[in-house]
Write a protein of this length. Structure first.
Length: 146
């Protein structure tokens, strides 16, 4: 089940974050503030075991009419079952309902998530070879909603 995140989910979201990204993670307090900043575009997927299967955060920035997919993560044991795609579809529906014109994200060129994003209609609009520092490239992808 995909639903809006709550304050009581923060520890479980952080558990997903550590499962997925290891040591290179957003800190737990970031997620608390993300709720205040982007609470209506911060979704979680409930797992069958009481933990969370994943989360996605959509974030507004300085450009009017543009939102970013800030982070998408599904824990390793829950992958390949459509959860990542469903989280993205839930987020995109919420963004579309707000009348936002464009959704952007960055992704490593070798990440299999590129296929997920392409299948949802995102196109590559740029490539930055040193986005997160020396030799840490990212594709910039965009979905035009209207
Ligand atoms: C990317 C991620 C969120 C996908 O989550 P998921 O729940 O496994 O994805 P889904 O099962 O919804 O699959 C969505 C699409 O991903 C692709 N995909 C899924 N499993 C795949 C696999 N084993 N190999 C290649 N592509 C795969 C397919 O295109 C699939 O679409 P389809 O089922 O219509 O063919 C997850 O792998 C993850 O958390 N990865 C680490 C964090 C990350 O890289 N996040 C994105 C940063 S930009």
């Amino acid at each position: 089940m995909m639903r809006i995140a709550r304050v009581s989910d923060i520890a479980a979201v952080f558990a997903v974050e550590r499962d997925v990204f290891g040591a290179h993670v957003y800190p737990d307090f970031f997620f608390r503030q993300a709720l205040d900043l982007w609470g209506d575009t911060f979704f979680v997927a409930d797992g069958v075991d009481g933990a969370l299967d994943g989360y996605v955060i959509g974030a507004s920035g300085h450009e009017p009419g543009v939102m970013w997919v800030l982070s998408l993560a599904v824990r390793g044991s829950s992958r390949g079952r459509g959860i990542g795609k469903a989280l993205m579809q839930t987020l995109l529906a919420a963004i579309q309902a707000r009348g936002i014109a464009s959704v952007k994200l960055t992704v490593h060129p070798d990440n299999r998530a590129v296929t997920l994003y392409r299948n949802l209609g995102f196109e590559v609009v740029g490539e930055e070879p040193h986005y997160f520092g020396e030799k840490d490239p990212r594709l910039v992808m965009e979905l035009r909603l209207r």
